[in-house]
Ligand binder design. Structure first.
Ligand SMILES: NC(=O)c1ccc[n+]([C@@H]2O[C@H](COP(=O)([O-])OP(=O)(O)OC[C@H]3O[C@@H](n4cnc5c(N)ncnc54)[C@H](O)[C@@H]3O)[C@@H](O)[C@H]2O)c1
Length: 347
C-alpha cells in the first residue's frame, strides 16, 4: 500500500474528539470564544460571499448546505432539520462541515458539526442578546428544552451575565432533563409548567422549539415592554414561533435579510417590512435598542458566516492537540497529471 503524502491528509474532528476539545477548553469559554469569532466575522461583513442556504425540503424535514468565503478561507456546513426525528430516537438537527483554503481549494478541516452547531447557535444568540437586551438583564425564559436549550442557557450566562433561567417545554420530561443538565453549572434554574409562568420577570425570552408548522409559542399579550426575544426555532419556510402581532410591534434584527425573509419570523410580514442587520449594530453603524420600553426581536435562523466562524475556531484550536486524526482524503499524486498512474501503481 502506498503511503499518503502529507498534502493528502486533512484533519478530521470526530464527535468524540469534539467533546474532548470542548472539555479541554471548557464549555463556557468555548462558547465565549465562538461569540468573539462571530463578532469579528460580522464586523467584516462586506468581505464575505453571501447566499441564502440551499435547502432541499421534504414533507418531514429539510437538508441544507450553507457555504461562505472571506476570500482566504471557504467553509460549508451540511445540516438537516427533522422535527419528527426526536420521536424516533434521532436528533432533530445533525451536521458536519468543511473549511478549505481558497488559494489551492484543498480542504483544511473536516469536522462534526452537530455539537458545534448547538455551540455556535448559542454563541450567536448571546451576541444578539448582548447587543440588544436591556442593560442589567439577569433572567431568561428558555422555551423549548430540547437539544439546543442547555447551550443557550450557558451562552447567555457566559456572554451576557444572565444568572437565572426559567424553563418551559410542552414535554415536562424535556424541562426536567434540561434542569438536571444545568445542575452545578452556576445558574439559578426554575422549572415552569406554562409559558406564562416561564416568562414571569424575564428580561430575555428565547424560543427554541421544533415543529414543522407555524406555531404560536408566544402571543402578543405575553410580551411586556422592554423585553428582548430570541426566536431561534423558526428557521424554515412555513415554520415560525411567534404570533404575527409580536413581530409587528418589535424592532427586528436579523442575520442576512434575503435568507431570513424566507425562513424567519418575518416570513409572516410583507417583503419590505423594516429590519436591521445585526452586523450594522455590531460595527456601531446603527443603534440597537433605542429605549427601555422597546421590544427587540432577534429573528435568528442561522447563517453560514456563523458556521465559518466556528470552523476557523476549531481549525485554530486543534493545532498541537491530540483532538483530531488525519484523514487520507485528497488524491495527491506526485505528478499532478498522473492520477491514473497513482491508481495503477496501487495494485
Ligand atoms: N436558528 C438557528 O441557528 C438554529 C440552529 C439549530 C437549530 N435550530 C432550530 O431550533 C429548534 C430546536 O432545535 P433542537 O435541536 O433543540 O430540537 P429538539 O427537537 O431537540 O427540541 C425541541 C423541543 O421543543 C419542544 N416543543 C415543541 N413545540 C413546543 C411548544 N409549542 N411549546 C414548548 N415546547 C415545544 C419539544 O418538546 C422539544 O423538547 C429546531 O426547530 C431547529 O431547527 C435553529
Amino acid at each position: 500500500m502506498l503511503k499518503a503524502s502529507s498534502r493528502a491528509l486533512v484533519p478530521f474532528v470526530s464527535v468524540d474528539n469534539m467533546m474532548r476539545l470542548v472539555h479541554h477548553i471548557g464549555v463556557e469559554t468555548f462558547i465565549a470564544d465562538l461569540a468573539r469569532n462571530i463578532t469579528e466575522d460580522f464586523a467584516k461583513w462586506d468581505q464575505f460571499d453571501k447566499t441564502p442556504r440551499v435547502g432541499s425540503h421534504s414533507d418531514v424535514g429539510v437538508i441544507e448546505l450553507m457555504p461562505t468565503s472571506d476570500g482566504v478561507l471557504y467553509g460549508f456546513k451540511y445540516v438537516n432539520g427533522h422535527p419528527k426525528n426526536m420521536g424516533e430516537g434521532l436528533q432533530t438537527v445533525t451536521a458536519f462541515g468543511v473549511l478549505s483554503d481558497v488559494y489551492s481549494g484543498y480542504p483544511r478541516l473536516l469536522t462534526e458539526m452537530t455539537l458545534l452547531t448547538a455551540l455556535r447557535t448559542a454563541a450567536m444568540t448571546a451576541v444578539a442578546t448582548k447587543h440588544l437586551a436591556a442593560p442589567g438583564a439577569s433572567t431568561m425564559a428558555m422555551i423549548g428544552n430540547g437539544a439546543q436549550s442547555e447551550f443557550q442557557c450557558l451562552a447567555v450566562k457566559a456572554v451576557c451575565g444572565i444568572s437565572h433561567v426559567r424553563l418551559y417545554d410542552l414535554d415536562p420530561a424535556a424541562t426536567a432533563k434540561c434542569a438536571r443538565n444545568l445542575e452545578g453549572l452556576g445558574l439559578q434554574v426554575t422549572q415552569c409548567t406554562t409559558p406564562e409562568e416561564a416568562i414571569e420577570g424575564a428580561q430575555v425570552i428565547t424560543t427554541a422549539t421544533a415543529d414543522k408548522d407555524m406555531q404560536t409559542i408566544l402571543t402578543d399579550n405575553m410580551v411586556g415592554a422592554g423585553v428582548h426575544i430570541n426566536a431561534i426555532g423558526g428557521d424554515c419556510p412555513g415554520k415560525t414561533e411567534l404570533h404575527r402581532d409580536i413581530v409587528a410591534r418589535s424592532s427586528i434584527f436579523v442575520e442576512y435579510p434575503p435568507q431570513t425573509r424566507i425562513e424567519g419570523e418575518i416570513q409572516q410580514m410583507p417583503a419590505d417590512h423594516p429590519v436591521t442587520e445585526l452586523w450594522q449594530v455590531i460595527t456601531g453603524q446603527t443603534q440597537g435598542r433605542k429605549s427601555a420600553a422597546e421590544v427587540t426581536l432577534f429573528d435568528g435562523v442561522g447563517f453560514a458566516i456563523e458556521d465559518f466562524s466556528a470552523l476557523r475556531y476549531v481549525h485554530d484550536r486543534i493545532k498541537d492537540t491530540p483532538y483530531y486524526v488525519d484523514l487520507d482524503l485528497i488524491a495527491d499524486p506526485d505528478d499532478p497529471r498522473d492520477l491514473f498512474g497513482m491508481l495503477k501503481r496501487a495494485r
